[in-house]
Design a protein around this ligand. Sequence first.
Ligand code: NAD
Length: 286
Amino acid sequence: MSGQILTGKEVATKIKQEVKIELEKIKEKGINPKLVAIQVGENSSSQVYLNAQKKNCQTMGILHEVKNLEPDISESELINFIEEMNKDKSVTGIILQLPLPQGMDVRKIQSRISPEKDVEGVNPANLGWIVYGRPLLAPCTALAVKELIYSTGVDLYGKEVVMVGHSDIVGKPVALLLVDKFATVCICHIGTSDKGMLEQHVKRAEILIVAVGKAHLIKGEWIKEGSIVIDVGINKLNDKIVGDVEFETAKEHAGWITPVPGGVGPITTAVLLRNTIIAAKLTSCL
Ligand code: NAD
């Protein structure tokens, strides 16, 4: 058996089409979304992300501005700058580019982004809405994973889901989003591997999601026949970008599997645009 390849392209295109329609509607009502990306110092990998972000916004017709701040800015100065952006009525969405300079408390600073302008869903209030089962502005990657699973048409009710990775913006929110659809969710992490239990958990997953950042951590033979495999990981291996799952062997067992690159990534970008529209609506209702 060879699994269907779940490329993000189709789902991403559909989301972008919906965003375009919604954008036209809110522009007619006088709301003009503007996304501000705050970049502290320079970072080549976040620059790539920034350029893509700008291009996507421009193509869609969403204003995008990058605010470059000096690398030696203090934490309180950065928070003050965020507060300024929170108050600026022309700004409807804020992204704080990571990484921040060493020593800065990322979570503390993210918590100062106004929840209504928090297009990446990293403010504790937005993460809290997921716990309530009422996601408003949830982390883009977590939503992208959910969209991919939905695109298979599989009913989540009672399904055995194994989420490998428990980060605040991927693993934990994905687990919460799926448990609210009554999936049976198990979260694995480094402790699971250290106890030698990862293979055992992965083998019974009807839906497997992996967000770790270790090339080929998940062996192809561990994949349950007919399962859905969503690989969030991005790793460089011998000058190639690969995921956390051994794709070639895994696809022989999976029913559906995402490639890396080209799976989760394109949907994450589309979801960011959708969140930008939601944020613009929320801020204009203030
Ligand atoms: P993270 O780096 O914050 O955390 C890694 C997680 O993996 C932790 O839960 C840790 O306990 C677990 N882990 C580490 N080693 C492990 C092992 N040997 N066995 C089992 N679990 C182990 O995670 P993150 O920020 O969610 O990023 C994970 C990966 O996803 C990275 O490769 C990142 O680049 C990628 N990512 C991709 C997108 C996208 O849009 N495609 C978005 C965000 C992150």
